[in-house]
Design a protein around this ligand. Structure first.
Ligand code: FAD
Length: 413
């Protein structure tokens, strides 16, 4: 089957820029196909802020399984999130979607803080022999055709066969690789949220996150068995810089959030009453639907650097893990030649661009409306859409995707 695999007389050295979540998984996958990856991360170590959390979907967990990380990620996860219930601001159900029951147990979705995810995949990659260099912020790189050389802001440099930008949505690698690439697009939504201690509200059903399409904004929450609750909200707003957001003051943002959910389910207010002030300081959310190129010569992009999907898709990390596996598969076939990056981009582009478009459409429904008739139309059309998704499994092409290091991807569980 692999008669076309190149015979590699020395290991491919891969400089991975970014030790977030895509970088360590790509490094572990590359090590498994015989390459020598070194991760260069701008910060002094894995992030330790506990604020942001994300859901890893079955397709992402399948990629983690292929690099021997799935059990550790599950163990570090805060809780399982195998169902999503959608309701309107009055609590009326619009739809219920769930992981398919025939899924292998280790592939059922989990919610984990981004910090825990980063720490676990980093530890696992180190145990698998990957080297990490910290406090190495890429300034730029050069590619002379035979090798690629990264230069860091501390004036050190490193050379290798391939340079892989896993440096996130504001990627420095992308700036050198494709200076004319479009910038990330503001989704129109600010995000707030965090964890709160036990709150006196009815618990969400077992392993279920509740998504509330409120009258004026969007709210999600899930109660853990011990009562701790994680929550987030998306507020429609014009784009603001970090400085502008800070200048407005956290008290003002808090009052704004209470105002937006006034009249919606009382649980939302109860949760926010239990939240620290800092949880109300919003962050802008962005996506990047399509880049003209993901690779040039010996440099390529993966994860958010290549395709930032809106947080509304719940797929950013999972797609980054799929990227990591596909990259390693192509390095296994083509060695450290630019052809590996071209084949990787061909294999990935269509799928991630389709999912990015889904994420943008989902986000557009979150801002609510001042008009009750518009809200009624929204609720009816959403109820129909969720019923169709449930009946025909029309989102399964997203979560049923499986890849591993040996075979071509398959649509199975
Ligand atoms: C509010 C929110 C909710 C989300 N929810 C979900 C969800 O439920 N499910 C999901 O799958 N995804 C979710 N996502 C998306 C997910 O967080 C990203 O898709 C994922 O983190 C991308 O991983 P990455 O490794 O490509 O980039 P990042 O996680 O951003 O990591 C990039 C790394 O590169 C480093 N770096 C940056 N610049 C340089 C440089 N010049 N030199 C060296 N290192 C550098 C950074 O320090 C960082 O460690 C969400 C995102 C947000 C904002």
């Amino acid at each position: 089957m692999y008669s076309h695999i190149m015979t590699i007389d020395r290991a491919t050295t891969a400089l991975i820029i970014g030790g977030g979540v895509a970088g360590p998984v790509a490094a572990a996958a590359l090590a498994r196909v015989g390459a020598e990856p070194i991760v260069h991360e701008a910060h002094a170590g894995p992030a330790d802020q506990l604020g942001a959390f994300l859901t890893v979907a079955p397709n992402g967990l399948a990629a983690l399984r292929a690099v021997g990380m799935v059990e550790r990620v599950r163990a570090a996860a805060s809780f399982a999130t195998t169902r999503t219930e959608f309701v309107n601001g009055n609590g009326r159900r619009l739809g219920l979607l769930g992981d398919e029951s025939q899924l292998a147990p280790e592939l059922r979705s989990v919610t984990i803080t981004r910090a825990a995810l980063q720490r676990v995949v980093t530890d696992a990659a180190i145990e698998q022999g990957v080297s990490f260099e910290y406090t190495k912020r890429l300034r730029s790189y050069t590619d002379d055709g035979d090798q690629v050389t990264a230069t860091f802001t501390d004036d050190t440099s490193a050379a290798g066969d391939l340079l892989l930008g896993a440096d996130g949505i504001h990627s420095a690698v992308r700036q050198t690789l494709s200076p004319d690439a479009p910038q990330p697009t503001y989704t129109g939504l600010l995000g707030i949220g965090g964890f709160v201690p036990a709150v006196d509200i009815p618990a969400t059903p077992h392993e279920t996150v509740r998504m509330v399409f409120g009258a004026r904004a969007f709210f999600g929450y899930q109660c853990e068995p011990d009562g701790r609750t994680f929550w987030f909200a998306n507020l429609g707003n014009s784009e603001r810089s970090v400085e502008e957001i800070a200048a407005q003051g956290d008290e003002t943002w808090r009052a704004h959030a209470f105002e937006l959910f006034d009249g919606d389910l009382v649980e939302l207010t109860r949760i926010m009453e239990a939240a620290d002030l800092g949880q109300f300081r919003p962050k802008g959310t962005y996506d990047l639907l399509s880049l003209p190129r993901w690779h040039r010569g010996r440099a390529g992009l993966l994860g958010d650097a290549a395709h930032a999907v809106s947080p509304s898709s719940g797929q950013g990390a999972s797609l980054a893990f799929e990227d990591a596996l596909e990259l390693a598969r192509q390095v296994r076939v083509h060695g450290g030649a630019p052809a590996a990056l071209a084949a990787y981009e061909r294999a990935r582009r269509d799928r991630v661009e389709r999912i990015a478009a889904v994420g943008r459409r989902r986000g557009a429904q979150k801002a609510g409306s001042a008009h009750p008739i518009a809200l009624a139309i929204r609720d009816t059309s959403m109820r129909m859409a969720f019923a169709m998704i449930r009946r025909f499994g029309s989102q399964r092409w997203i979560t049923d995707y499986r890849t591993d290091l040996a075979d071509a991807h398959q649509e199975i569980s």
